[in-house]
Design a protein around this ligand. Structure first.
Ligand SMILES: Nc1ncnc2c1ncn2[C@@H]1O[C@H](COP(=O)(O)OP(=O)(O)OP(=O)(O)O)[C@@H](O)[C@H]1O
Ligand SMILES: [Mg+2]
Length: 299
């Protein structure tokens, strides 16, 4: 099976953590969650929810960094925690992470080029030094960075937006089938944020990459389009095409999220109080109203 036809499927994934002080001794960060990230046709699925709702836990599970308490994640139908060495290498190549601030990924004592060179070496893109240089420059330009300005620099000599785009250049070099992007734009200013999101959408169109875009910011969800899943307290409570969910939200938590988008009208801003506990009370038995977002055809 070629990488481009393999989907990532979560089946009843549940993640519990030990939690001292809680009545049960544990907290459930993710409750039996199932969804599919389809590689063909490529698409963008946003996962939106407030802090602590379980978004990063889901990202870590998909990336194989965290083994769920129960349930499975499959790639091309195979459990990702039971892949052979060769299958796991294929998975690592085809499922690439982008995190909020990639500073931690850069070793401060090495020039930023290393992040790109390591990928070339690890995934055997080329053995030729000249070709490696070409690949790096090509990919930096693809993310609107000037190779002459960033190659040879140390991580602290770049802005957060530049560091973030170097991680995108790495993604561009590897051409994975999937990007798992956990709050990639939360620390960027509006202009760089737009540039970054445009590049994600370009990658989908030009190279067929499917992105799981994790965010707490609804305006970015609206901007990238595609499908959205709304998560609260470890449960996906609503899913569907972005326009549908935003214009006709069916879950009270989604309505609350929409109401919390800052209003340009200052009088309105101060009168609309947001009560998350109330939204939770109204929705005692959350239901997922629409089918799997990955199965919803894109316009
Ligand atoms: N390793 C861990 N051990 C114990 N609890 C954890 C662990 N990782 C996450 N949690 C808890 O699980 C819940 C979900 O955390 P998670 O990081 O997935 O949330 P999030 O939606 O990504 O939040 P944010 O928007 O702040 O990044 C939180 O209550 C968190 O404290
Ligand atoms: Mg998080």
């Amino acid at each position: 099976m070629s990488a481009r036809t393999k989907d990532i499927e979560l089946h009843d994934v549940e993640q519990r953590f030990h939690a001292r002080g809680s009545a049960t001794g544990f907290l459930t960060a993710v409750h039996e969650t199932s969804f599919t990230l389809r590689s063909d046709p490529p698409h963008i699925v946003s996962l939106v929810g407030q802090s602590g709702s379980g978004k990063s836990t889901i990202a870590r599970i998909i990336l194989g960094l965290q083994r769920p308490t129960s349930g499975t994640v499959t790639y091309g139908g195979k459990d990702i925690f039971k892949l052979s060495r060769a299958e796991y290498d294929d998975y690592r190549r085809n499922v690439q992470p982008v995190f909020q601030d990639p500073y931690a990924i850069f070793n401060p004592v090495y020039r930023v080029d290393r992040v790109l060179r390591t990928a070339i070496k690890k995934f055997g893109l080329t053995k030729s030094k000249a070709r490696a240089q070409e690949l790096m420059e090509e990919s930096l330009r693809a993310v609107k960075l000037d190779p002459a300005q960033v190659l040879g620099r140390y991580p602290h000599q770049l802005s957060g937006g530049q560091r973030q785009r170097i991680m995108l250049a790495r993604v561009h070099m590897l051409r994975p089938a999937f990007i798992i992007a956990d709050e990639p734009v939360s620390m960027l200013d509006a202009q760089v944020r737009k540039l970054f999101l445009d590049i994600l959408v370009d990658f989908q169109r030009a190279y067929g990459m499917t992105t799981l875009f994790i965010t707490h910011d609804l305006s970015t969800v609206y901007y990238v389009g595609g499908d959205v899943m709304v998560i609260t307290k470890g449960r996906v409570v609503e899913r569907g095409p972005v326009a549908q969910v935003m214009h006709t939200p069916s879950h009270s938590y989604t309505k609350m999220l929409l109401a919390s988008v800052p209003q340009p009208d200052p009088d309105k801003r101060w009168t609309d109080r947001i009560d998350i506990e109330e939204a939770d009370r109204e929705e005692a038995a959350p239901e997922v109203p629409t089918s799997d977002p990955a199965r919803v055809p894109r316009p």
